[in-house]
Ligand binder design. Structure first.
Ligand SMILES: Cc1ncc(COP(=O)(O)O)c(C=O)c1O
Length: 509
């Protein structure tokens, strides 16, 4: 009996693997029927023009995995005991040569229990843009590549068993201590290294906290609008989201609900997306509210490293006298999102359950990345790096503000200027909606973003989001900023169908 197998000498799979896979697929698809006597290894090696040893190794693996069995002196057979349901008897599939990967079976599978939606963190238009004001990305040029290289080599050289052992799932103690020291100086938070848990970014931190605190129906307050990544996680654990509006000063604490609240997820340093810094009185009200209602405050401090005007306000966690605040930080904005390192600072009573949970979830994170980051912080390089990029981002922010004023008038309404890596342009009635401007800008190779494209969850699809445009400035240089805003202004002037659009607004000053 011939077996139809086509080998690809250019493939990066070995010949042995290709033979194994082709036979396995033909068994699963029913092309090779159960109980059938296989070609001898010699015959198949001659047919395929490969060494006999290659075929023997493929057959051995098929025998080990239970697809074939061999009877001494008689030959090798397709295992007749393969359960029927493991075979894909779809006729179309059976007609193929066995290289097709997978077809749907008609079996009614157990339903997927998870129900969730995903935040818009990737920019699908990126490759089509010349100039991109995407939100919240560090300047690629700013990544401290040489120092990182040196620290990787240094840590590898002394790694010993560090690369082969499991480590403390909460994170290596050196990194947790370095973060605790940094937070004390930079954010006014006094905590012990034991209270810090290293996470795969804030995203994993929110998951961890949600799993600790949320049962289906638990009420979770969020700002409205807020960051999709947090709202969607809370929702996916069954939380009932309770939006509280934001105004020009951030969360309107007077509108906080008073009963049966599990937690409030907030961004006090730089409200996402509008960028307000929550004033001291509101911070104190928020803390008092948490103390009275028994709710936890989740403080997402994602981009507080960049404070352009004054020195940063102490974090809400730094003002917390009662252990109400779960603080979340990340290196995604200050170093790079691909690092995937963030952390939680937990009130004492949550430490032990959180460590158990992180052990169940992931057994901890990469030792090497943690060791390198720990050295980077404790050697003072992190502070130097922050000082450098703060200057760059401040210059870029000023450049963007000046370009917007030059092309759209001094009275452009902007928010979120005090810190962070993006600003929000509140469009007046003479301009199209943010969604329309996003589309117009894309046509001239410029990326500016309506809130929903920038991972903003807007409960009410409100007017304020419809008329708010997000512009990140951290990963565009000054030439690009000037060129991008000039192109946007031109595109808006010359677009074919003006929508309530007054040309006078755009006379260049
Ligand atoms: C408000 C806010 N929080 C958290 C994150 C995610 O941070 P991480 O990369 O640490 O998961 C983002 C990402 O852009 C964000 O905008």
């Amino acid at each position: 009996m011939q077996i139809s197998i086509e080998l690809d000498s250019q493939s990066n799979q070995s010949l042995q693997n290709q033979i194994f896979e082709a036979i396995r697929q033909q068994i699963l698809s029913g092309v090779l029927k159960s109980g059938v006597l296989m070609l001898s290894t010699r015959a198949l090696s001659e047919q395929l023009d490969v060494s006999r040893n290659t075929v023997i190794l493929a057959y051995d693996r098929l025998i080990d995995e239970g697809y074939l069995y061999s009877q001494r002196t008689i030959g090798t057979f397709v295992n007749p005991n393969l359960p029927d349901h493991s075979l894909m008897l779809d006729q179309e599939y059976a007609d193929t040569t066995g290289t097709k990967q997978q077809e749907h079976s008609s079996v009614n599978r157990h339903p997927v229990a998870f129900n969730g939606r995903v935040q818009a963190l990737f920019n699908p238009y990126r490759d089509q843009l010349d100039i991109d004001f995407w939100v919240g990305r560090p300047d690629p040029e700013s990544f401290p590549i040489k120092t990182w290289q040196r620290l990787i080599l240094k840590n590898l050289a002394k790694a010993g068993s560090n690369m082969t052992e499991y480590h403390d799932p909460a994170g290596i103690v050196e990194l947790r201590q370095a973060i605790a020291d940094h937070l004390h100086a930079a954010r006014g938070i006094v905590c012990r290294a034991e209270q810090i848990i290293i996470t795969n970014g804030i995203q994993e931190g929110v998951n961890l906290v949600a799993r600790l605190l949320i049962k289906p129906g638990t009420i979770a307050v969020t700002e409205s609008p807020c960051y999709q990544g947090a709202a969607y996680v809370l929702e996916s654990y069954g939380a009932k989201l309770h939006p509280v509006p934001v105004d020009k000063d951030g969360l309107d604490v007077r509108q906080l609900p008073q009963k049966n609240i599990g937690l409030a997820y907030v961004t006090p340093s730089h409200q996402y997306p509008f960028g307000a810094t929550l004033p001291l009185e509101r911070r104190l009200c928020l803390l008092e509210w948490a103390q009275q209602t028994g709710a936890y405050i989740i403080e997402d401090d994602y981009d507080s490293d960049f404070r352009h005007k004054s020195s940063p306000l102490t974090a809400v966690a730094g003002q917390d006298q009662h252990g109400c605040v779960i603080y979340m930080g990340t290196f995604s904005k200050s170093i790079g999102a691909a690092l995937r390192i963030g952390y939680l600072v937990l009130p004492q009573e949550l430490v032990s359950p959180a460590v158990t949970l992180t052990t169940l979830m992931n057994n901890g994170h990469s030792w090497l990345d943690q060791a390198v980051l720990s050295d980077f912080i404790s050697s003072g390089s992190y502070l130097k790096h922050l000082r450098r990029i703060r200057r760059t981002y401040l210059t870029r922010r000023d450049c963007l503000v000046a370009a917007l004023q030059q092309h759209f008038g001094d009275d452009v309404i902007l928010s979120g200027l005090e810190g962070g890596m993006h600003l929000v342009w509140h469009l007046d009635e003479s301009l199209p909606t943010s969604q329309e401007i996003q589309t117009i800008a894309q046509k001239v190779g410029v990326g500016v973003y309506a809130p929903s494209a920038g991972a903003v969850h807007d409960y009410s699809d409100s007017q304020c989001c419809e008329r708010a445009l997000l512009l990140g400035y951290s990963s565009t240089n000054e030439n690009q900023i000037n060129e991008g805003i000039a192109r946007l202004a031109d595109a808006l002037k010359t677009r074919e169908q003006p929508l309530n659009y007054s040309k006078d607004r755009f006379i260049t000053q």
